[in-house]
Design a protein around this ligand. Structure first.
Ligand SMILES: C[S@@+](CC[C@H](N)C(=O)[O-])C[C@H]1O[C@@H](n2cnc3c(N)ncnc32)[C@H](O)[C@@H]1O
Length: 156
């Protein structure tokens, strides 16, 4: 899988459900870093009507360190305080693993990631009428930007 969505401690179930649907529709891997603000047990998934959940390639992690120790590739941090537009990087190489990490709804990504990865922090351009975009919209924007650059492989 060349495209990966990584959610850092997501809190709102409907956001993760929307993102999981996007991942299911685009063969994108989903990585969830705990703690999660909701349960993902079978009963909850069934009650929420998430019939696509089983077709998403989901991996769970106990911490950021756990995530980084198990994944290798190009990491991008999608955050309002990024200084580079999200479309400025080349995601077109399908032989590479592109990881897009998104922050939690209330507080975003940990600021200390900036110290070592500042040049890979990407912002989706917007004005200052709102503090941020909805998390699930931002994931869809990044996934589809990467897919557009890759020519929408295996999608119709
Ligand atoms: C609701 S935002 C909250 C984070 C934000 N730093 C804050 O505290 O105002 C949740 C997540 O959505 C993503 N996000 C929202 N708007 C964004 C934008 N314009 N550019 C990049 N990422 C954005 C980021 O991944 C962010 O961590």
């Amino acid at each position: 899988m060349a495209i990966h969505v990584v959610l850092y401690q997501p809190e709102i179930p409907s956001n993760t459900a929307n993102i999981a649907r996007t991942c299911a529709a685009t063969d994108t891997a989903l990585h969830l870093i705990r703690p999660l603000g909701f349960s993902t047990d079978e009963k909850m998934i069934k009650q929420a009507g998430l019939d696509f959940w089983q077709s998403v390639n989901i991996t769970y992690y106990d911490s950021l360190d756990d995530f980084f120790s198990k994944n290798h590739g190009e990491f991008y941090y999608i955050e309002t305080f990024g200084e580079t537009a999200h479309s400025s990087f080349d995601f077109s190489d399908v032989s590479k693993e592109h990881y897009f990490m998104f922050g939690k709804e209330t507080t975003g990504l940990p600021k200390d990631l900036l110290r070592t990865h500042k040049d890979h922090f990407l912002r989706i351009p917007m004005n200052d009428h709102v503090r941020s975009l909805n998390l699930s919209n931002t994931a869809a924007i990044l996934v589809y930007e990467a897919l557009r650059q890759q020519g929408f492989p295996n999608l119709k």
